[in-house]
Write a protein that binds this ligand. Sequence first.
Ligand code: CAA
Length: 380
Amino acid sequence: MEFRLNEDQQMVRDSAREYAATHVLPGAAQRDVDREFPIVPFKKAGEYGFTGVCVPEEYDGAGLGSLELTLVLMEVNAACASTGVTLSVHNSLCLAALINAGNDDQKARYLGKLATGEMLGAYALSEAGSGSDAAALVCTARADGDEFVLEGTKLWVTSASHADMFVVFARTSQEAKRSRGITAFLVERDTPGFRVSKKEDKLGIRASSTCELVFEEVRVPAINVLGEVGHGFPIAMELLDGGRIGIAAQGVGIARASIEASARYAKERHAFGKPIAKFGAIRAKLAEMRARTDASELLTLRAAWLKDQGESHTVEASCAKLIASQNANFCAREAVQIHGGAGYLEDFPVERYMRDARITEIYEGTTEIQRMVISREVLA
Ligand code: CAA
């Protein structure tokens, strides 16, 4: 067993650290205030290969694995969780859909443009009545000759304001058992009848966009069906197995940033005649934050490693997301506490970390859903 990154992986991590410090961190706080989508950092990520980390080189990708993607996402999220989720959804949910389920024609048409960052990808599963119960979705797709006609509404779609390509899950059969009647489609932004509707105002990750999608008689060519008709639900779930590793990486990134900001502040801030870092109460907090973040990181890297081995990683991804998201909230909250009154102000980054951390326990499966996935295996 080897716990050390190899040289190539260290290079990827260092490159991601440099990208995050140079192109993501500057402006992150202001983008959050302005709700400005991180399209500039996203485009820049293309130059580093981070918009197509796991895409084979023949399709202009970096040809790397899930572990390398995880390392990139940890670094980016430590700088800006809005940019982090943009890259996570693009790589783990949209590009992975094509890699896992796309045919040669679909890969030839879209993979290169997505991998280079020319196109931005999104994933549309949730609806008003189907968040945690994903198989309850009602958005329909009716076969009509060599097309499918999509009708309905999708909610909470990350990056939708700027996305060019949407992986959309819709019901193609009312008769089949509910999860068996769902099909996955590739929908381009400029398809007639399709529009990106309301943009949500959020507590955190405010630079990332979260929107409603409306489908009115949207004609999608049958050649844009991903995988087989009626087999979309397992595709959605398999993608979320990978996506949850990305959100776990986001949790690790936020936790690390919380620790770094807290240590810096604790050494500078004086109380009772000495830096607050000298007090046992502060040291105990920092130690707890560090130990729990190590645990989150190891769980996240294990899940990514298993994915790269082609082994089952559903439960391990849920374990990583469960622990890393809870820890991100714990660390960000402690960071605000260590900063005291200053932590409650926008002058310091930790209030942003606290707001950003909250969503990690909600999207890509709530904490309660992760527990459901894990406990099903425990009891099986
Ligand atoms: N991989 C492959 N197939 C899977 C799978 C997996 N991980 N999990 C389930 N399946 C398959 C099952 O084998 C089953 O197949 P058959 O019909 O052939 O038997 C089928 O899918 C149905 O499985 P279940 O009976 O287990 O389905 P369920 O209705 O009980 O739901 C669930 C399971 C885990 C609770 C699922 O609904 C779920 O994950 N819910 C949470 C949804 C979620 O995470 N949404 C996130 C939205 S996207 C987002 O947040 C992105 C973003 O913007 C950042």
